[in-house]
Design a protein around this ligand. Sequence first.
Ligand SMILES: [Fe+2]
Length: 385
Amino acid sequence: MPSYQRAGELPEKRHIQFRRPDGGLYAEELFSTRGFESIYSLLYHERPPTATREVRQWHRSRVEFHENDPLRNRHFLTGKLTLSGDAVDSRTPILGNDDILLSMATAREPMASFYRNVGGDELLFIHRGTGTFETPFGRLAYRPLDYVLMPTGTTWRIHPDEPTDMVVHESVGMVTTPRKYRNEFGQLEEHAPYYERDFRAPVLAPPNTEIGSYEIRVTNRGRNAVYVVENHPCDVIGWDGYCYPYAFNLQDFMPITGKLHQPPTAHATFEAPGAAFCAFVPRLFDYHPLAIPVPYNHSSVDCDEVLYYVSGNFMSRRGVVEGSITLHAAGAPHGPQPGAVEASLGKRETDEIAIMVDTFKPLKRARAATLCEDESYYRSWASSP
Ligand SMILES: [Fe+2]
């Protein structure tokens, strides 16, 4: 979990009078989770964030899903998809279930309006591009290989400096660091592959005090609206607490390696209801003299495994390229393709970068997944595929 942060000007106590230079009161906002009983922050706005002038329909098409039927391993070449629109409009769902929705998205232009998902946390993975998230907590610069965690209810928009491609995970709950990494006080323990110091919080910018008409696209588990508010969402003069967006770069992930092959759980990054996230980054291979660097054959009977291939040489996977997504379905056996074990022997390191999300409920395919599927993938383990 993130640790306590504070930025800007704050009153001496929470919930007391805190006045602007003109004598008016700043507007305190409690930004909380799980009602009032989990992590939260307190933000001090120039003017109330509640001043809504209009609520309009936000027409979003519903995601149509197809079962993974026949049940089999699948490969989706997401690079074949053409995405358009801003970082929100361009979202193209690929896989999903009741707990998590995985989409591809792009940012080629600044977002004219803000966006807020109040149905759960969002975990965004930046594959390519640089830019800035504008939030009430401040500005959060992003770069390739960043995970950006947007807590439920965060208002934000993106200003890309370069064309940006990302993977979006929409959860129905909180995305947290794995419990096994945290001590009883919430601090990351010595054995964790990262540390609180690696998390980047937004940098608070001077408040935007203009009054106007600001659009916020709000979504909550299938219900949508466009709010038009009169006070700029980023009119915050100070905030403190434990709940805020933050970024974590995979180059700051220090992989755990072993004398023999480590399971994916050794590479865990985050967890969420019904989902576990891992990252595979450049690392030394196992150092037993007879070690086999590539994974063993297995069937993950309790979860669907989804890998997104970012860069490098994907040694154990035939036919995958940057931007590929493989779905290894619960119960469908998989492992190194023919020849991969022998080819891996004696290799000392890997340069591959990939991210994974395992889901405990079966995933369904959205329409875009069916459009970019490599239909032959499930046969790639056969001696003559
Ligand atoms: Fe697997």
